[in-house]
Design a binder for this molecule. Sequence first.
Ligand code: SF4
Ligand code: SF4
Length: 160
Amino acid sequence: MLGKQKILAGRKAVHRYRTAHTKLHDKGWHKGISEEHTPLLKAMVNALEGLGFISAETDFEPKKTEVLAKFWVANDALIDNQLIETYDRVGECNDCGKCCLQCEYYDVGLFHNCKIYENRPEVCRNYPTIKQLLSGTVPTECSYKLVKKDPKSPEVELWR
Ligand code: SF4
Ligand code: SF4
């Protein structure tokens, strides 16, 4: 995986593109907007390639797709490592069922349980992950919490 500094620099390139893209579209649709957009994309892809997110493709579209895919894989891997280094997930499931309410396998009748509990998917066995807890998408009734390994360490940014 490319180093942290390269990934952080890659985020800046993506951010510059997003900002310029928003500005361009703030002007509303106008003739030539797609021609103006292309250099913004190219600047981002060139910057990412310069940082090491490279592609052997020569056509721009497949190059852009590969370069961006490499950047996002590295970015997400960095975040996953930072989450593991920074936080512990503590607590036990209180069987509140809030994470299952929308699921077809949740028995909303008398038993309030999972009809496929022994064979429930991995995503259910691991719920909530550290990333889910940090993202604020976990129901407030959930008894799992995040605790920092070192209280002085900064929060991890879920950069996307
Ligand atoms: S399959 Fe997963 S989400 Fe669905 S009821 Fe079972 S544990 Fe809950
Ligand atoms: S929301 Fe949390 S505490 Fe409630 S059932 Fe799901 S994992 Fe267990």
